[in-house]
Design a protein around this ligand. Structure first.
Ligand SMILES: NC(=O)c1ccc[n+]([C@@H]2O[C@H](COP(=O)([O-])OP(=O)(O)OC[C@H]3O[C@@H](n4cnc5c(N)ncnc54)[C@H](OP(=O)(O)O)[C@@H]3O)[C@@H](O)[C@H]2O)c1
Length: 327
């Protein structure tokens, strides 16, 4: 039995170029066998840059390549489910960028299709695989903050180009879909609960997407989470968990670089501790978990159904924000 899987990359997306292609190449159980673009020149350049043997000038050619085991989808958000479905039809396992679909209904349909075909589907929230995230979860499980009462998170950055896919409503752009989805995800991950209610405010720019959004959500336990996200703000990606006995602050919680050292700040009683975790490439760890699941038939660390729950929470916040725009 082969001990490695052969990846195909569906598009020459920025994230694939900067982060994921090198991370896939660095896995112990995978190789990048092909890349496809809508333009053959772009595919060939990407293949040359990353030492990938095959380049295709259409996505369809990649899907019908019998030598490809799994496809990584870094398309604009509106295209995730559409191309995910086509991958399923072609019998390919899929690692899809976040968020999995445009809404929970579309995400559920995609997840059901993959389940029916017994194909592996994983949503690419890579930060969950980082040792820092794993450690925070362990700390919470062992009572580091007592009972969680409140969580907060923020994720924003400043977009450089007005033609960026994130500013296009047709491509399912917007701050909530692009980065707010992490804030929701981490609060769900750390509480182990699904939010029941949401209140939100959003600023819709000339682009007609939510360029800035703030929301409060409530969990069944009574814990309250709040977050803000934005496409035109100073680079921030942080979360904090407060409880009856302590407080944990993660300064850089989502887009950790492989060479960065990370510190979990922990206050409890009258004490303050700094917990350090190993450096890691979370994209590589995520892809290795995916490939292990594919090779052995075991479940991936995070099931695809989690993406449907995340999407439901996004829908709830979006609906609340649309009802309460700031202008
Ligand atoms: N996990 C992370 O850290 C992370 C970071 C950034 C982005 N992402 C996610 O990755 C996805 C891609 O983001 P990105 O910033 O890399 O996007 P991007 O650079 O704009 O790339 C998207 C790619 O999709 C293809 N495409 C197909 N239809 C398109 C259309 N109608 N308009 C524009 N492009 C189209 C293009 O590839 P071809 O021209 O080659 O066909 C394009 O290069 C998004 O879902 C985003 O949420 C994740």
């Amino acid at each position: 039995m082969t001990r490695t899987i052969r990846w195909g990359i569906l598009s020459t997306a920025n994230i694939a170029n900067r982060r994921v292609a090198p991370a896939l190449k660095a896995t112990r159980n995978g190789e990048v066998a092909a890349v496809a673009s809508r333009e053959i020149d772009k595919a060939q350049q990407f293949a040359t840059d990353h030492g990938i043997p095959k380049a295709y000038g259409s996505y369809g050619e990649l899907l019908t390549d019998p030598e490809i085991d799994a496809i990584y989808i870094p398309l604009p958000n509106s295209e995730h489910a559409r191309w995910g479905n086509l991958c399923a039809e072609a019998g390919k396992a899929v690692l899809c960028e976040k968020p999995l679909a445009r809404d929970a209904t579309e995400a559920q349909m995609l997840v059901s299709t993959f389940a029916e075909k017994q194909l592996l589907l994983v949503e690419g929230f890579m930060y969950r695989f980082h040792p820092q995230t794993v450690k925070v979860r362990e700390m919470l499980k062992s009572g580091a903050v007592g009972e969680i009462t409140a969580l907060s998170s923020a994720f924003s950055f400043s977009i450089r180009s007005e033609t960026n896919v994130r500013l296009n409503p047709i491509l399912a752009g917007g701050a909530l879909m692009d980065v707010g989805c992490y804030c929701i995800n981490v609060m769900r991950l750390m509480t182990g609960e699904e939010p029941e209610t949401a209140r939100a405010l959003a600023h819709f720019g000339a682009s007609n997407v939510d360029e800035r959004l703030a929301a409060t959500v409530q969990f069944p336990s009574g814990a309250i989470g709040h977050f803000d996200c934005g496409l035109r703000g100073y680079r921030t990606h942080t979360y904090e968990i407060r409880g009856t006995e302590g407080r944990i602050l993660v300064e850089r919680g989502f887009t950790m670089e492989p060479g960065d050292e990370h510190i979990i700040r922990w206050w409890h009683g009258d004490d303050y501790e700094e917990v350090r975790t190993p450096m890691a490439n979370h994209f590589t760890l995520m892809a290795e978990d995916f490939a292990d699941a594919l090779l052995t038939g075991r479940q991936p660390r995070y099931p695809a159904t989690d993406a449907v729950h995340n999407m439901r929470a996004i829908d709830m916040v979006r609906e609340a924000a649309v009802n309460h725009p700031m202008e």
